[in-house]
Design a protein around this ligand. Structure first.
Ligand code: UD1
Length: 438
């Protein structure tokens, strides 16, 4: 039984704001790499040991799906998992498991690749606007598979997968990952063009190569995959979570603190480091850590989210929280998702001056935020509300924190260790289905 976080939809974070964060924080393994690598273990013909697995609910669900389809999953220590995929036979991921997270669609690619069949419910995850999977389906079809979508379930099968050339109509992380997963065993060469370049794509390629795949070019926009028929086991360590690291960097800056963020790859954080410097924070980069020294006041800036190596959409809400307190007018343009400003109304409740027109938010900096009851709409929106609460005068009560626990390991504990006054108010009688399914 592996339950990382028992979470109730009634649980809340209560923050008494105004404390400067000080000290050091260790960053966990990357969520978006973990949720790709764990399903990819299905491809291996022997045992895989995965280290630096983040203790978050999206991982709990992934492991539960693996168990459901027949894998032997054991926790060796809190962040190391041993998975024996040799006895997996089932190729169906039920709705009750798939609905909790977007990345459940990686089971389509990996099961199709291994068994020529997969049946997975359409994915859940954060509501960031329209999130089609047309590019995923286009890849599967190009490789020779047929699919149907009925009653919310995608069923996909192939007699044989054959390598091909695929051009993505838009840069998509999920479809790039699914295309890699689906093509590693295909006959011949698959070439993915206009591929996404995020660090977790490189991490997945490194994992797949460690079990015997033949993938080159991950991290550029052309990835070449030569099909391989058999895969061995491996011992693999997941990269650190760049978004978790960036979140603590912004929290340190916003609270005028002094925090060293440890166990990271500073190169992955360049867009965040550069923007934080631009608004006035001091950042000292070391080999595997960064120190963030906050400023007493911040300058305005403009920001547009873009695929890697641009500014990540997953950091946009957190940076917006900081900019509510910067001098002057900042303009944020969301370049990836249609609906990534669902935190704005909540920040307004705390006094922020933000207006939104389509994919553009205009933030007029104010002197101070004030604590208020607020509700989390999605994972990174939740992180933004926590940062705002840490800066605000008085008490902020954050509801619907199950979204935050999907992707941040022990966030309240890590923040308390940095001096924040934050507690989780638990409602143990109302444990959500995420915990119940485990
Ligand atoms: C992944 C990340 C998420 C991050 C996002 C962008 C995971 C588990 N999640 O999400 O944290 O915010 O990348 O960096 O890694 N699109 C289509 N058709 C498709 C697929 C995507 O039109 O078939 C569109 C999406 O609607 C979106 C854009 O492409 O507008 C980028 O989406 P994508 O990169 O696929 O995001 P996810 O993989 O869902």
């Amino acid at each position: 039984m592996i339950i990382y976080t028992e979470v109730s939809e009634l649980d809340k974070f209560i923050i008494n704001g105004g404390k400067r964060l000080r000290g050091s924080v260790n960053i966990s393994g990357a969520k978006n790499a973990a949720v790709a690598i764990i399903p990819a273990v299905i491809l291996a013909d022997d045992v895989c040991v995965i280290e630096n697995v983040p203790q978050i609910n999206d991982v709990t669900i992934d492991l539960q799906i693996l168990r459901h389809i027949g894998a032997d999953v054991r926790l060796l220590d809190k962040s190391t998992i041993r998975i024996d995929p040799k006895h997996i036979k089932d190729t169906v991921v039920p709705y009750e498991l798939a609905r909790h997270m977007r990345a459940s669609y990686y089971f389509l690619g990996t099961l199709l690749s291994k068994f020529n069949h997969a049946k997975v419910s359409m994915p859940g995850g954060c509501d960031l606007g329209d999130r089609p999977i047309d590019q995923h389906l286009k890849c599967f079809k190009a490789l020779g598979a047929e699919y149907t979508i009925e009653h919310g379930i995608v069923e996909i099968s192939a007699d044989k997968l054959i390598g091909t050339q695929i051009y993505f109509d838009k840069v998509t992380v999920g479809a790039t990952i699914n295309a890699m997963l689906a093509s590693v065993k295909a006959d011949g060469l698959t070439i993915l063009e206009n591929a996404a370049k995020e660090p977790h794509i490189v991490d997945l390629a490194n994992f797949l190569n460690s079990i015997g795949a033949n993938i080159i070019g991950a991290g550029t926009d052309v990835i070449k995959i030569r099909g391989v028929k058999r895969f061995k086991g491996t011992h693999y360590t997941i990269i650190p979570d760049q978004i978790e690291a960036g979140t603590y960097m912004i929290a340190a800056a916003a609270t005028k603190g002094d925090v060293t963020v440890n166990g990271i790859i500073p190169k992955h954080l360049e867009p965040i480091t550069s923007k934080l410097r631009k608004v006035g924070a001091i950042i000292e980069e070391r080999d595997e850590s960064v120190r963030v020294i906050g400023s007493d006041s911040y300058e305005r800036t403009n920001l547009k989210t873009m695929p890697h190596p641009g500014f990540p959409t997953d950091m946009q809400p957190q940076f917006a929280a900081l900019l509510t307190l910067a001098k002057g007018t900042s303009i944020l343009t969301e370049g990836i998702f249609d609906n990534r400003f669902r935190y704005v109304d909540e920040l307004r409740r705390m006094g922020a001056d933000i207006s939104v027109d389509g994919k553009v938010a205009v933030i007029e900096g104010i002197e101070r935020l004030t604590g208020a009851p607020v509700k989390v709409a999605d994972l990174r929106a939740g992180a933004a509300l926590i940062i705002a609460g840490l800066c605000a005068d008085g008490i902020t009560e954050i509801e619907e924190i199950q979204h935050i626990e999907r992707g941040y390991e022990n966030m309240d504990k890590k923040l308390r260790e940095l001096g924040a006054d934050i507690v989780k108010r638990k409602f143990p009688d109302a444990v959500d289905s995420i915990a119940k399914i485990v």
